[in-house]
Design a protein around this ligand. Structure first.
Ligand code: OAD
Length: 253
């Protein structure tokens, strides 16, 4: 469906409702980046259907086999190096530019595609895969990009092993981002949850918090999720089509 066709399907009531909101908070997940060619995590084709999260995305997994973990993240970095933001990322960046009011974009994605698309107020709750930091002292290396090409494991100047700058299962999320994300959820009058299976906490509690504080909550996802029964509106479809149509409609006088 083209954006124009979809625009006709987005009811004028929904557009009028969105247009009236000044404080907007948005949560995105892997579904928005699926349209940039990056795999999601759950579902039959998801990464966790083929790989074991506890081996690849946990402290225990890294301590047991840092080489395997580095190989996997290096592969994902390589795939990402040729990925471009999809229409959903671009539509959100455009929306932020044209919006008169608060606009907070919270993402669970580690791919950095929101910033690449031009979004500026982005909270990366699960870190960023392009970043490297020390497993021991936590510092980021001073010199450039660290790569792992099957030679020696990269090390920090303190002697500790370097690791990808993402949040693993069982780890705390970065405190400033988490605090700002919950503040945005509490204070917004419109919350959109886009392309996430709503299964991973604490991110999955953000739309719940927004709703409890009186916001209208819209979910965009081709599938239903555990949050769907609580959403005020569920828009079933791909993030790119729906967001492009939304932003086009919002810009029309
Ligand atoms: P999931 O893989 O769990 O869910 C992706 C969601 O995107 C599913 O609900 C799909 O139906 C939906 N989807 C697929 N294609 C879509 C499209 N074109 N437009 C919109 N939605 C689409 O990914 P997340 O919910 O992001 O954490 O996963 C959350 C966290 O679990 C990740 O950040 C990662 C993972 O384990 C860590 O690694 C810590």
């Amino acid at each position: 469906m083209s954006s124009t066709d979809l625009r006709a399907h987005l009811s004028q009531n929904i557009i009028a409702l969105i247009r009236g909101k000044r404080k907007i908070a948005i949560l995105t997940g892997a579904g928005i980046s699926a349209e940039a060619g990056l795999a999601t995590f759950r579902g039959k084709d998801g990464l966790w259907a083929k790989m074991r999260a506890e081996e690849l995305a946990s402290i225990q997994g890294f301590m047991a086999n840092p080489q395997l973990v580095w190989e996997w993240y290096q592969h994902r970095r390589d795939v990402l190096s040729s990925a471009q933001p999809a229409s959903g990322h671009r539509a959100l960046a455009e929306w932020e530019r044209s919006h008169d009011g608060d606009f907070t974009l919270i993402t669970q994605n580690v791919d950095g595609l929101h910033r690449l698309a031009g979004s500026s107020n982005v909270l990366e709750l699960h870190g960023n895969i392009r970043v490297t930091r020390c497993f021991k002292c936590g510092r980021e290396p001073i010199r450039g990009v660290v790569e792992f090409r099957g030679e020696e494991l990269p090390k920090c100047s303190c002697g500790g092993l370097l690791r990808p700058g993402v949040v693993w299962f069982g780890e705390m999320l970065p405190e400033p981002e988490l605090t700002r994300a919950f503040e945005a959820a509490e204070q917004c009058d419109l919350f959109l949850t886009i392309g996430t299976s709503s299964q991973v906490y604490p991110a999955a509690s953000l739309p719940v918090v927004a709703k409890e504080h009186g916001a209208t909550v819209i979910e965009i996802n081709p599938e239903e999720t555990p949050f769907t029964p609580h959403a005020d509106i569920h828009l079933s479809g791909g993030a790119g089509d729906i967001l492009s149509a939304m932003v086009l409609s919002l810009s029309a006088i």
